[in-house]
Design a protein around this ligand. Structure first.
Ligand code: ZN
Length: 496
């Protein structure tokens, strides 16, 4: 068979499994009854094994290599085939049974994490965490690379990064942010208690559906929002992007900003050139780049005065007894207020990167053996006190708050902080290309999205993150944009 025909057929079969697994996972995370997990999980793991077997079919590597080397084949296809070949070489030495066992253990680990979190008891989750680290390590050790496992994990989520890269990045952050946070803590606090009155969930939902989602341009023809414990976004193709949010009755902004964030992820996937659909380039180029798009929407656009000039009147109308007496300036100050806290997903923009730094240091310690599993929780609590000055009262609001370790996503957290920093550099450039404030005020939020589409999103994984950064902003990534932005914003907000 012609190599391109064979290649297309192989991609199609894989994409069918990927689609099924993605939908099954969304279902598991949102509405699937928990008691059915023991039936579903082994079957899901079987499907993952089949998909893995197709992906690592030994006959495909020569086909991919032939495509990469054929100058008659178009550049995009050659790049795509090269990307597949690189990913397959990472995993092809892993025995299929090992991979299926990993998938099964992951499902069990997620269920245990949920149980542990509900019981606020780390000891329920600890054996699973240990197993996840060991299994992840074993899968990585099948590769030919001699780099430390955690370096390889960092590079998987953010190609080109390493422990050395992140050590430097977090050092620069720590140097400027820790003193800044200290000054903010000493400053006169911003009054924001009005955000935490009772806001009936049904009314929040109605406002989100009728006002916020349309303003964000999240159209039902390609997107759908559900509810879940831990908001996330998932997708199968350009025109099927799912997000979730979580409504809290005593916090009107939690679901608003998680919605803006997740819809930011959905926009990225939706805006990737559809010619890459169903293949490896049809995804954000890296986790950090994905997070840069969602944080851009959430913080740089969503927390700005112009954004609320368009949206605050309707929010006030929806909650007259709670917000009628609150002027917009006060509302916007309140949604930007900073206070060291316990929960990463609820953290403000300024203290957020320190939540990530803590997770980075703990993951490094787990993988180099310097932090034993049984001491992880006390190490967590200690770092929260050291960097953020907060005392962790229980496991639920401490070590068990995040889902990531339950599915072995080690090395993922650092990309959150990196993404925020990428976003600052894009924001700086976007403001010189576009009148962002007027666009937001006039309800043209999607003008900003179009800028992101043109400069970042359309490419999917066609270029590396550093190439995209250079093409979009004319220079390599520089964390100074992020630190300057935070210093300027919080100095002005707190009159420092
Ligand atoms: Zn995100």
């Amino acid at each position: 068979m012609d190599k391109l025909k064979r290649y297309e057929d192989w991609k199609f079969r894989m994409s069918a499994y990927d689609m099924a697994l993605s939908i099954i996972n969304i279902d598991k995370m949102t509405v699937a009854p928990a008691a059915g997990a023991s039936y579903r999980d082994p079957r899901t793991a079987y499907l993952a094994g089949e998909s893995f077997a197709i992906m690592t079919d030994p006959d495909m590597i020569p086909v991919l290599d032939a495509i990469v080397d054929d100058p008659e084949v178009d550049e995009d296809t050659r790049k795509e085939a090269a990307t597949y070949a690189r990913e397959i070489r990472k995993i092809q030495a892993v025995p299929k049974e090992e991979y299926v066992a990993f998938e099964e253990a992951t499902n069990a680990s997620y269920d245990a994490w949920l149980e542990a979190k509900n019981a606020s008891d780390y000891s329920i989750f600890e054996p699973h965490l240990r197993e996840m680290v060991e299994r992840r390590r074993k899968l990585i050790e099948y590769r030919e690379s001699t780099l430390p496992v955690y370096d390889q994990l960092l590079d998987d989520y953010e190609p080109g990064t390493s422990i050395e890269f992140y050590d430097q990045f977090f050092e620069v952050l720590k140097e400027r942010l820790v003193p800044l946070i200290h000054r903010v803590v000493q400053a006169e606090p911003i009054e924001d208690s009005f955000l935490y009155q009772s806001f009936p969930v049904n009314e929040q939902k109605a406002w989100t559906t009728e006002v916020l989602l349309p303003y964000l341009g999240f159209a039902p023809s390609w997107g759908y929002q559900n509810e879940t414990e831990h908001p996330f976004t998932s997708w199968t193709c350009e025109n099927d992007c799912r997000t979730t949010t979580k409504y809290l009755e005593d916090n009107v902004i939690s679901s608003i900003f998680s919605t803006i964030h997740e819809v930011g992820h959905a926009w990225y996937e939706h805006n990737i050139d559809p010619r890459y659909d169903g293949a490896i380039l049809s995804t954000g180029v890296s986790s950090g780049m994905h997070e840069s798009q969602s944080r851009f929407c959430e913080n740089y656009l969503g927390r700005s005065l112009p954004f609320w000039q368009a949206n605050y009147p309707s929010l006030q109308a929806c909650f007259p007894s709670q917000l009628a007496g609150i002027p917009i300036e006060q509302f916007v100050q309140a949604v930007n207020s900073s206070r060291p806290s316990l929960i990463r997903t609820e953290a403000d923009e300024l203290t957020y990167p320190l939540h990530i730094l803590i997770r980075y240091e703990l993951e490094k310690g787990l993988f180099d053996g310097s932090i034993p599993f049984e001491q992880l929780e006390s190490a967590w609590n200690e770092l929260y006190e050291r960097y953020l000055g907060v005392i962790v009262p229980n496991s639920r609001s401490g070590i068990l708050q995040d889902v990531h370790w339950s599915d072995a996503s080690f090395g993922y957290f650092p990309t959150y902080a990196l993404g925020s920093a990428f976003a600052a550099q894009f924001y700086h450039q976007m403001r010189s290309d576009l009148d962002v404030d007027v666009a937001l005020q006039e309800g043209r939020y999607t003008d900003c999205i179009d800028w992101l589409k043109t400069h970042v999103q359309q490419y999917g994984a066609r270029y590396q993150a550093d190439e995209i950064m250079k093409m979009a902003t004319g220079e390599p990534f520089r964390p100074e944009y992020y630190l300057d932005y935070l210093e300027e914003k919080y100095s002005s907000l707190y009159h420092l």
